[in-house]
Design a protein around this ligand. Sequence first.
Ligand code: 13P
Ligand code: SF4
Length: 299
Amino acid sequence: MKNKILKLKKEKNAVILAHYYTPADVQELADYVGDSFYLAKIAKSIEVDIIVFCGVRFMGESAKILNFDKKVLVPDLTADCPMAHMVAKGKIAEMRRQYDDLAVVCYINSTAELKCQSDVCVTSSNAVKIVKALKNKNIFFIPDKNLGSFVAKQVPEKNIIINDGFCPIHARITAKQVLEEKEKHPFALVLTHPECEKEVLGISDFIGSTAEIIDYAKGADAEEFIICTEEGVSCRLMGDGPDKTFIFPDPCPCCVDMKLNSLKAILDVLEKETNEITIDEETCHRALLPLDKMLELAR
Ligand code: 13P
Ligand code: SF4
């Protein structure tokens, strides 16, 4: 299957992008593996005819928005991020009516429709930097309450209004689960994604995006780490630190949508060029503004 994919990729001038949460064999095969920010930058700059995006729907959509002329295929059209939809209808308009000086800051984990109503996108690796750089005093942060609260703590000079969306996978990790692991591994460092609840962030040694967690673990002297994010990051963590031990809270956090990406599905979409992400031109044009602003402010 791998050889067939590699052959088709060459024939069709295609590239495979994969998020750190996808299955290990998908990460091994991909041309680029990374966090949402890295993958968005690659999607913007890559010169190919076809992008196969292994992640969840909003990631494929972002690649299409950043590359309207290219064909973006996803292995499974049903792989979606539940949090991407968690903003109540009419909420953004209501907030805009309430505050004249408001910036709507949209976590990239959101639908194209939400991006169209936003001023700037952020990812977990650049959210603090971007919110700090905005001139507006009032910020409506959508959809993630946990990343929003984390940013609000780092940027106290702004009035950050937080929407109540959340990632079901990260929100399921509890401080109790982490402390149980800490008791078994007292010297382990706790590395946490900002989509986790504040009680978990509060007992963490480091908070960052998936790529930042990986970089931190690589550079740290410690031998054991408790990893509070989706288990897919273990491929790169173990590759970078084969002598280190990575422990996940129990039950192990697993994003079922990310796991829908499989070699079989990649081969299928490359062969038949199915599962294309289509977004109308007007939506693409509008949703590009906050994504481009993110790329500009994060530079
Ligand atoms: P990253 O921005 O760290 O890649 O996170 C994406 C994501 O979906 C986290 O749940
Ligand atoms: Fe969405 Fe959470 Fe899965 Fe990330 S881990 S894609 S935020 S459901």
